[in-house]
Design a protein around this ligand. Structure first.
Ligand SMILES: [Zn+2]
Length: 285
């Protein structure tokens, strides 16, 4: 097997596939991830070890993990009504040119599926989607797994974070913190997933603690880190501190507690307060 292959872990199938890329393209991609890695003050030894070998061969040194749900008309949305429409405007057999086309139009809520909340989602004048700094959207990732104890009214507590740090060490500054509750097991049952706004969430105290730890963003595998009855303190704290939130994360089970990276890439909409995105994890080989 050639060395310049990356392993793809899909959020939908969990099957491994291999992706071939042109050597030059791969090298450029590898170089930019490496340079980005070098620019970070805090990174794990595992990542450093992995990065140090990049120049001796052209292998992309990360497993690529898809953390994004697929958008379709049946998925759960915040309001419970259908938030995603994909319409065919022109179909292959109706095309008049020699080459046939299928042309589609999308109509959806901005906050649909796996998506980002920009700081402007909660307050006028704060950063909108297109203003988010890529340096914060590409970041080391910390995955905190509370799925063993989470339930529909579970709230991530300070104790959960203390326990995590006792086992895994202090959450490094500039990390993206992903809370895994296991709720994504209900993604394909939209009503169960929505559950009349009852799903695992995050406490204000835990959010404040993560902000003290200088997290760049917060992700969760539910509709929101806040249940409506709480008054949205996690949104207020994170977005109010010019940080971002990612909701409806898929497949976080594939990430280790520390040592991975996140690529949180929303579509770039002018004045966007929320946006659908492709969320990808990079796991050093
Ligand atoms: Zn939100």
């Amino acid at each position: 097997m050639k060395k310049n292959l990356a392993t793809i872990v899909s959020g939908e199938s969990d099957q491994n596939a291999l992706l071939g890329m042109q050597d030059k393209e791969r090298e450029a991609q590898t170089r930019s991830v490496y340079e980005h890695t070098r620019g970070r003050e805090h990174r794990s030894d595992a990542v450093l070890r992995s990065s140090s070998s990049i120049w001796t061969d052209s292998a992309f040194p990360y497993h690529i993990i898809d953390l994004t749900h697929t958008l379709d008309e049946k998925i759960s949305s915040w309001t419970g009504t259908c938030g995603f429409h994909q319409e065919v405007k022109l179909d292959y057999d109706l095309t008049t040119s020699d080459v046939s086309f299928r042309v589609q139009q999308l109509k959806m809520h901005a906050g649909i599926g796996t998506h980002i909340d920009a700081p402007a989602h909660c307050s006028r004048g704060k950063a909108t989607v297109e203003q988010l700094d890529l340096n914060n959207l590409i970041a080391p990732c910390v995955m905190i797994d509370v799925s063993a104890q989470a339930h529909e009214s579970y709230t991530l507590s300070l104790d959960d974070l203390a326990l995590f740090e006792k086992k895994e060490g202090m959450i490094a500054p500039n990390s993206f913190v992903l809370i895994r509750t296991g709720w994504d097991q209900f993604w394909n049952q939209p009503e169960r997933y929505h559950n009349n706004y009852r799903f695992p969430s995050v406490s204000k105290e835990a959010a404040d603690f993560l902000i003290q730890r200088k997290a760049v963003g917060l992700g969760i595998d539910t509709l929101s880190p806040d249940r409506p009855e709480s008054g949205y303190p996690v949104h207020a704290a994170f977005l109010g501190s010019e940080k971002y939130i990612v909701e409806n994360v898929a497949n976080s089970i594939s990430l280790p507690p520390t040592g991975s990276f996140i690529l949180a890439l929303p579509i770039k909409t002018l004045h966007g307060t929320e946006a659908p995105m492709r969320l990808v994890g990079l796991l050093p080989m």
